[in-house]
Every structure is written in structure tokens, then in C-alpha cells.
Design a protein around this ligand. Structure first.
Ligand code: RB5
Length: 153
């Protein structure tokens, strides 16, 4: 069975998303596309909310959000209970985001990060695994913080 990954973008990330979907499909991922579906202007929190819901409701385990900088998407996603979104501009951070932080979403900036690097970042993230151990307790403390403070979808 193919692994499932969710992807979403705003108008700033649309062109990169199209290329990323192709890369993921070529890697035998089933891709759940959460929009947007053209270059018309949209509000990134709406797309982040749609994608995060796919994760929190269990349809997908991992997600990729793309906007102009990756900043807006990551801020929005991290407001959702159960989402740990890492804004990544390099492959090492992408690997560590999964290994140490068990990030279930990464955010990319299409106006910051070139296509080829973005592909490498996503491959690094998807191929990494949560290391557990001492990191388990730390991630649990993040969950405790969000359970006390953040809004649930
Ligand atoms: C849209 O122009 C831009 O603000 C958005 O893509 C993103 O960079 C926000 O953080």
C-alpha cells in the first residue's frame, strides 16, 4: 500500500506544489491535495486549516504546506492541536524535524527555497523516522502545552 501525504499551498506556493505533487507521485505516494488549485489569491490559514484537519482526523500522517515564505503556513498550522509544523529551509532541519520533533507537517517557502532544494528537503523529511527515546518526553511536553492553550479543530 502506498503511503499517503497531504499537500497544500497558497498562490505563492502553487507552482512549486504542482512540481512537488509530481515528485511525490513518482515516489509512489498517494497525494491528498488540499488546494489551492490555481494561482488566484487565497488566504494561507484556510489552506493550513484544511490540511491540518486531514492530519488530526487521521486521513494522512504527514503534510507539506507551501506559501511564499513558509512562515504564514507554519504559524497557522502550529495553532492547531496535534500539529507540529517545522518551517524548513535546509535538509538537516527537515531530517531533525522528524527525528527529534516528530513534526507531522513541514512548511516551505517557494519564494525562498529553489525547487531542487525543496525536493531534497521533502525527501529528507519523508525518509526520516522519529527517534523516540528522550525525544518522546519532550514532544509530550509540547502536547501538554497545546492541550492547555490552543484551539482544537
Ligand atoms: C502571499 O503573498 C504571502 O504573504 C504568503 O504566501 C506567505 O509568504 C505568508 O507567509
Amino acid at each position: 500500500m502506498n503511503k499517503i501525504v497531504a499537500i497544500g499551498c497558497d498562490h505563492g506556493g502553487y507552482e512549486l506544489k504542482i512540481k512537488m505533487v509530481k515528485m511525490l507521485t513518482d515516489m509512489n505516494y498517494d497525494v491528498v491535495d488540499c488546494g489551492c488549485y490555481d494561482t488566484g489569491s487565497v488566504d494561507y490559514p484556510d489552506i493550513a486549516k484544511t490540511l491540518c484537519k486531514k492530519i488530526t482526523e487521521g486521513e494522512c500522517e504527514q503534510g507539506i504546506l507551501i506559501c511564499g515564505t513558509g512562515i504564514g503556513m507554519s504559524i497557522a498550522a502550529n495553532k492547531v492541536c496535534g500539529i507540529r509544523c517545522a518551517h524548513c529551509t535546509d535538509t538537516y532541519s527537515a531530517t531533525m524535524a522528524k527525528e527529534h520533533n516528530n513534526a507531522n507537517v513541514i512548511a516551505l517557502g517557494a519564494r525562498i527555497t529553489g525547487d531542487e532544494l525543496a525536493f531534497c528537503i521533502v525527501k529528507s523529511y519523508l525518509s526520516a523516522s522519529f527517534a523516540g527515546g528522550r525525544h518522546e518526553n519532550r514532544v509530550s511536553k509540547i502536547t501538554a502545552l497545546e492541550n492547555n492553550n490552543l484551539y482544537s479543530l
